[in-house]
Design a protein. Sequence first.
Lengths: 220, 220
Amino acid sequence: MSKNEKISNSVIRRLPRYYRFLGELLNEGITKISSRELAERMSVTASQIRQDLNCFGGFGQQGYGYNVSELRGEIGAILGVNEDHAAILIGAGNLGRALAVHLDYGRYGCRLCGIFDSNENLKGEILGGVKVSPMSELESFCIKNKPIIAMLCIPKDAAPEICEKLTELGVKAFWNFSHYDIPQKNLPGVTVENVHLGDSLMYLCYGINDKRASDEKPEN
Amino acid sequence: MSKNEKISNSVIRRLPRYYRFLGELLNEGITKISSRELAERMSVTASQIRQDLNCFGGFGQQGYGYNVSELRGEIGAILGVNEDHAAILIGAGNLGRALAVHLDYGRYGCRLCGIFDSNENLKGEILGGVKVSPMSELESFCIKNKPIIAMLCIPKDAAPEICEKLTELGVKAFWNFSHYDIPQKNLPGVTVENVHLGDSLMYLCYGINDKRASDEKPEN
C-alpha cells in the first residue's frame, strides 16, 4: 500500500466508481481503453482520470491506454474487494432489512454474518440468508465471531451507546444509517461512514430549485 | 438566490449537514453559537465553517456568533425545505419500500405521491401512506400529477429507458438507487443524484484496510 500513502480522500472516494465502470467495460468485452474514452463514459475529464490513476503509480501506457482488467484488479486490491470482512447489521427495520437483502456483500469484500434487533418478534427471521437474533446475544456473538464492520440502522438515540459498546467489542468500522453523526475523532483507529440519505435528497432538491432559478433569469 | 450563484458544489453538498446540526442545537435550546463551537460539534475547522457560510453573504456577527434559528432558516430556504415537490418512486422492492416508509419527505421539501412497480402482485399495497400502482398507469399519473422527482429503485437494465420516458413526462430530478449512473450530460435541465450504496461500503472497507496497513507499519 506504499504507493498510495499520500492519496487524497477525494481520489479514494472516486475509486469505487472507476471500479464499477471498469467492470462494465469488461462485461462488454472491452480490454483496453484510453483515458479520453473512459472520461467520455464517466462524464469526467481525461485529465482527472490521468491524475487520479497516476496517484497509484500510473497503470496506463502512453499511446496504448489502460489495460481494463489489470487496472480494475489493481483498484479492487486497493479497495480490498478480495477481503472477507465479517459484518453485522444492527436494526432489522425497513432500511435494515433492505440493506440485508439488497447488497451482494461478497462483491465488496464483506460477509454479513449476524443481524440483531431489539424487537423480540423478529427473532429467528431470515434476511439475506442470515438469522435475526435478539440484542441480548450481541455481546457473545461478537466475542465468538469478531465482526469488523457494524451497519447501524437504528434510531438516533440508540446509536451512541451501541457504537461505544461495539467499539469495545472490537468493531473497526461503522456503516452508519442512523440519524446520528458518529464523531470519527472520538474513535481513533475506527473507520466511520455516516450515510445520511436525507442529505442526499436535500442536495437533489437544491438542484431543482437552482435550475429553476437559472431558467427564470435567462439574462444572467 | 443571487448571493449563491458562484457557490461551489462542495459547499452546497455540506449545507444539509449544517442544517441538521443547527436543528439539533435548536432542539437543545441553543440559540446562538460561535464558529469555533459549531466546528467542534461538527468535527470540522472553524475556518471552514466561516468560509462556507460567508459564501451566502455571511450570517454571523463578529464576536457574537451565529443566530442558530436564523442561520438554519436561511440554509433551509437555500435548500428548499419549504417546497412541496411531488415525487414518485419507481420500484417497490426491498430498497424501494424502505425508502417509501423510512424518510419523512415533508422535512426535505418533497411529497411522495405515487409508487409504481412492474410486479402486478404489489398493486394496491400501501407503503408510506401511498398506494402501489402498476407501471401501465405511470404515464397517465404523470400527466395528471406532474411529479418533479423520480426515485429509482429498479434493476440497472431497466433504468435508461425509464429515465428517458420520465424526462419526457416532465420529471426534473432523479434520485437514482439503481446500479446505473444516469449520465447528467445527456439530460440538460435535469438534476441527477446517483446513490451507489456499494461505493459507500467499498470506501468504508478501504478505510479498514488502510488503518490496518498503518498499524502494521508503525515506523512510518
